[in-house]
Design a protein around this ligand. Sequence first.
Ligand code: RIB
Length: 333
Amino acid sequence: MATIRDVARYANVSTATVSRVMNRNGYADAETSRRVKEAIEQLDYRPNDVARSLFKGRSGMIALLVPDITNPFFPELARAVEDKTNLNGYSFVLCNTDNDVAKQLNYLNALQQKSIDGFIIVSSSLTPDNMQSLQVPAVALDRVISPSMPSVTVNNRSGARQAVDHLKAIGCRRIAHVAGLEYADNAAQRMRGYLDAVKQEDWFDSRYIVSGAYHFNQAQEAVETMLSNNPDIDGIFAGNDMMGAGVLHAAASLGKRIPDDLAVVGFDGIALSETVTPALTTMTQPIYDMGAKAADMLINQIETADSTVMTEEFNVQLAERESTLRKAATNEQ
Ligand code: RIB
């Protein structure tokens, strides 16, 4: 069955233009209208009632809600969503929510009043109940909100385990973890991956876990205290790159050499992880692909009224950099 995207491709116009010609709202010149109508006829395109109702009075607009635009991870994610939505003829709106439930619900309600076509949401505070009242399609990105909501995430738990196994492989004997937001499901998954790798070790102790809440300053302060109290720690897995940078600063303030006294691995793969000194080894998330995939999933829901709950889990990749490049042990040492 032909979709509106097939019609748009055939007529060489955006889906928003097809919508305008179909609903006769907004401008489309005679030639464009002719091409669209020809495409509809040639492809025998018949929008079903739900798809048509979704298009009646739609705005051609998609919104992305993120919890913290000051964290470089989210602008990188937003770039991908904006590119993909614009390519498909939608305008794009970015909303910063501070993970505040009232603020998120206000955005969701206000934009639905403006006939928003759909939402892509990064949130660790909205609940499945909050999503029940949503009248338009939505996709959860980066963090799962509800099992009945399409989502795009990464292999947080196995990726975290891989990070700790890398620290073990380069000779670390006491490995700590700086955890992200305690109520963010992906932070909890990364902590589980750390525990999978260390809980059988005779040296493991809960004092080797501190919270950095995904923030640089909180991580730096927590790690300075932890390293001062536990000088035997020689490896740290940080649950995101901003906290990884905080670990590097904490080590410098204590006179610890990276990586020989302390090796560090982060998580995300934001550009900052390459520009800090020493460059941070990290588990890189395919940030652009995640954003693009979420946009594709949402647009498919909007245009075909396909309500299949799709989930996509990407794999993170280890990017080895200076913060773990220890000189290979030699016989003389
Ligand atoms: O750095 C921000 C963190 O929050 C990232 O790890 C990303 O996964 C998001 O959840």
